[in-house]
Design a protein around this ligand. Structure first.
Ligand SMILES: O=C(O)CCC(=O)C(=O)O
Length: 290
């Protein structure tokens, strides 16, 4: 059975998001959450450690083995392959998050955002994903978005009053939905959907890992080098000052699928861009000489 049914795919194209259920099992979700907690220095059973002044929910952790096991999990790959209708994908190097229950009575829902440039329509297709590492009911800081807005974005932008800044509009008023799901479920959404992590109005922290995939850029050797280096050198995606893992952990062990998703091995056999052009030519001459 494929991870996403035909109904799921139809739902995704209509609403711009879908839940890929149980892409990893509960034990693996728990292992990953433990690694994220350990890296953060916070303790799941000690609320006093959960809050850090001026810090959001993101944890600059990327290279724990459990996180790589999730990124390269065949079911995660299958969900993205179904969405792209292409199995030859690369995986992102995203971080994780811990969202503790809100304790500020004045706190408001965060405004929504896009992680793509919305200055130059028309927009091309893109997809993002958040993997829940613990059970996440809607009120426990679940992913929140405006379903179906990917179909309206370009018109909405064109009809904004002159000079109005799209990101400063009340995007919450566009009609949001909080997407609750279970540990091991992956919420996938189109990049054109305004979204965010909702305020956690529950009693437990939400723990999550971000994962996306896109068609492999194997024909671009520089892109491939950069992609592989991230895994090999254990780099951090956003906050370089917090880059710790290259000193703390070895490069994650990868499966054959993982090697392709990282860019170490080619998806395209015929277009093996990893053979130096000179040696390919030399081999051809040798073949011709017999
Ligand atoms: O954590 C979430 O539910 C959403 C995260 C988010 O807003 C993002 O990845 O851009």
């Amino acid at each position: 059975m494929p991870v996403l049914s035909q109904q799921d795919l139809t739902f995704f194209h209509k609403n711009g998001y879908v839940i890929a259920r149980k892409v990893i099992d509960r034990a693996q979700a728990e292992r990953t959450a433990e690694a994220v907690w350990a890296f953060s220095g916070k303790k799941p059973d000690d609320p006093e450690t959960w809050y850090e002044e001026g810090k959001g929910i993101m944890v600059e952790v990327y290279h724990q083995q459990a996180m790589w096991d999730n990124r390269t999990n065949p079911r995660v790959h299958q969900a993205f392959s179904q969405i792209w209708n292409n199995e030859k994908l690369w995986v992102s190097h995203d971080r994780a998050s811990i969202s503790p229950p809100n304790r500020d009575p004045e706190a408001k829902e965060h405004n929504l955002h896009w992680d793509m440039n919305i200055d130059n329509p028309p927009f091309s297709f893109g997809v993002q994903g958040v993997l829940y590492l613990n059970d996440t009911p809607a009120e426990q800081g679940a992913f929140i978005c405006v379903p179906g807005f990917q179909h309206k974005l370009e018109d909405w932008l064109a009809n904004l009053p002159k000079g109005a800044k799209p990101k400063e509009q009340d995007l919450l008023a566009l009609g949001t939905k909080r997407i609750g799901a279970e540990a091991g479920d992956l919420v996938l959404w189109q990049t054109a959907l305004p979204h965010t992590a909702s305020l956690n109005r529950g009693t437990s922290p939400r723990v999550a890992q971000y994962i996306t995939m896109w068609p492999a850029g194997e024909k671009n050797p520089d892109a491939r080098q950069r992609h592989v280096a991230f895994w090999r050198d254990r780099l951090a995606g956003f906050r370089y000052a917090e880059e710790r893992e290259h000193d703390e952990v070895p490069p994650a062990k990868l499966t054959p699928l993982g090697r392709k998703l990282v860019g170490l091995d080619p998806w395209h056999k015929k277009e093996n861009s990893y053979v130096h052009p000179m040696s390919a030519r030399r081999r051809q001459r040798r073949r011709l000489r017999g």
